[in-house]
Design a binder for this molecule. Structure first.
Ligand SMILES: NC(=O)c1ccc[n+]([C@@H]2O[C@H](COP(=O)([O-])OP(=O)(O)OC[C@H]3O[C@@H](n4cnc5c(N)ncnc54)[C@H](O)[C@@H]3O)[C@@H](O)[C@H]2O)c1
Length: 457
């Protein structure tokens, strides 16, 4: 799917603090943590490099071909693999998907577009729930582009096997997944692995220039932000007689929270992430409202069709957020902010300072951020420079998940409580007869979250 264009069950779980995880300190602490991890030491980096396999350490410093594996051969995964192959010195050597038909069509298209750079014979094509492990083992760099529910499992495995990673956003759908990604992100740092996350606005010159000016104080202290992903929604794949429930849900992953996390997580993360980037921080609290007003059929699973949230940062700034999947209503995918000296249309790359002419980003050079994020990742691998976007990806994902927790429950959700939530949306086992936690009633309708009743943390 091209993007430019919960807990729904009543779960009587008592809140428990599972881990005193890294995140409470927000953006600054994380950035500082990363810096101190890399500064603290050349010593640690050297030790980590020594821990790498010989082949991998050599790749960082030589012109050897970097072998790429694709996990999740759908629309975005195929696009990301193509972007990796556009980088000189790369080759696609393995592919993995839950479904053979998805792998086959992706392989065919990639071969047509990239010829010899695609070298994936039958014995390097893997299908099923364990397919990722085999494909990861054959690569230097892995692309993780399944539905986000599987991301923490796949990222943890890639880091365990010592591989560089490009992973799509969002990086989880629930708090246990976010914690797993944060732990693997720290381990990736320790192992000197490079990790890119598909929040491509961070590699787009218009955003980079605008954000630089905002961080330099162009509009003073930023106290109000507005972020939107309002559009018409996505595809539905009709149920087939032969499908087990888990196959049906995976073919319609968008509508199930264990796979997608709702569209506030799956798409609106981009805009929430920009808001956090503007503030150089992550919100400490959120309230919200949402529901299903138009997209009410059973084919739309368990997710809402609209959410509206008010996020609060620790300096008191507010971020107002809307996301909607309703055709024919106002569409906007954008970010905006207001400061003490002016305002900015951030996605339009415009800054207006009171009493002066507006600044607008202009460039003759066209940069495709989807390509640039791969260029930047592979350059970091070659030059062995710091590159690890995983912690930001995890915290932006948590920001989106907090919003869903607020709209589904109708409660005020604070960040620490959200991060430490024990509610795990994933099935306990994975096979084609496994039972997802959200099941349809006798008429085929799934339980929908009810604010005031549903418990989400
Ligand atoms: N950065 C962006 O702008 C952008 C744009 C589109 C999609 N995405 C992200 O990319 C991811 C994939 O989206 P998509 O549109 O390509 O979806 P898709 O349905 O086209 O592709 C997902 C693929 O993953 C496979 N899959 C599912 N479970 C798997 C498993 N356990 N192991 C291996 N393969 C598995 C599916 O069979 C499918 O082929 C999502 O996280 C989405 O948010 C990001």
């Amino acid at each position: 799917m091209n993007e430019e264009s919960q807990d729904s069950r009543i779960t009587p779980v008592t809140r428990r603090n599972f881990i005193a995880a890294a995140s409470g300190g927000g953006f600054a602490a994380i950035v500082a943590g990363c810096a101190s991890q890399s500064n603290t030491s050349t010593k640690t980096a050297t030790a980590s490099a020594a821990a790498l396999s010989v082949a991998q350490a050599a790749h960082a410093a030589s012109n050897d071909t970097l072998k790429v594996a694709l996990i999740g051969c759908g629309g975005r995964g195929s696009g990301a693999a193509g972007q990796a192959l556009n980088v000189p010195g790369t080759q696609l050597v393995a592919m993995a998907d839950a479904f053979k038909d998805r792998l086959d069509s992706s392989l065919k298209n990639l071969k047509e577009a990239h010829g010899n750079k695609v070298d994936v014979p039958a014995d390097r094509q893997f299908v099923g729930f364990d397919a990722h492990k085999k494909a990861i083992a054959l690569a230097d760099v892995v692309i993780l582009a399944t539905p986000p529910g599987f991301r923490p499992i796949h990222f943890e495995e890639a880091v365990r096997q010592g591989k560089h990673v490009f992973m799509e956003k969002p990086v989880a759908v629930d708090a246990p997944g976010v914690r797993k990604v944060l732990a693997a992100a720290a381990e990736a740092k320790r192992k000197n692995l490079k990790v890119g996350v598909g929040l491509q606005r961070h590699h787009q010159p218009g955003y980079l220039e605008t954000l630089k000016r905002l961080h330099d104080g162009a509009i003073g202290d930023i106290h109000t932000l507005r972020v939107y992903w309002n559009d018409g929604g996505v595809w539905v794949n009709p149920r087939k007689e032969s499908q087990t429930e888990i196959e049906y849900q995976m073919r319609n992953w968008y509508y199930f929270n264990w796979l997608c996390g709702d569209h506030i997580n799956e798409q609106h993360i981009h805009n929430l992430d920009v808001g956090c980037w503007i503030k150089n921080d992550y919100p400490v609290r959120v309230t919200g409202m949402g529901g299903r007003q138009v997209r009410t059929g059973k084919e739309f699973g368990e997710i809402y069709d609209h959410h509206a949230c008010e996020y609060e940062f620790k300096d008191g700034a507010r971020m107002f957020s809307q996301c909607r999947h309703i055709r024919g209503a106002w569409s906007s995918v954008s970010e905006h902010c207001v400061g003490t000296k002016g305002n900015s249309d951030v996605s339009g790359h415009i800054i207006r300072v009171t009493g002066s002419d507006a600044w607008r980003f202009r460039s003759d050079k066209k940069v495709d951020p989807y390509q640039q994020e791969h260029d930047d990742l592979f350059a970091a691998i070659r030059a062995n420079t710091d590159f690890n976007e995983a912690a930001n990806g995890a915290h932006s994902t948590l920001t989106a998940i907090m919003g869903r927790m607020a709209t589904y429950s109708g409660q005020v959700i604070d960040r620490e409580t959200a991060l430490n939530s024990p509610i795990d949306l994933m099935p306990s086992t994975f096979d084609w007869n496994a039972t997802p936690k959200s099941l349809p009633d006798s008429n085929g309708f799934y339980p929908i979250a009810v604010p005031g009743k549903t418990v989400t943390v």
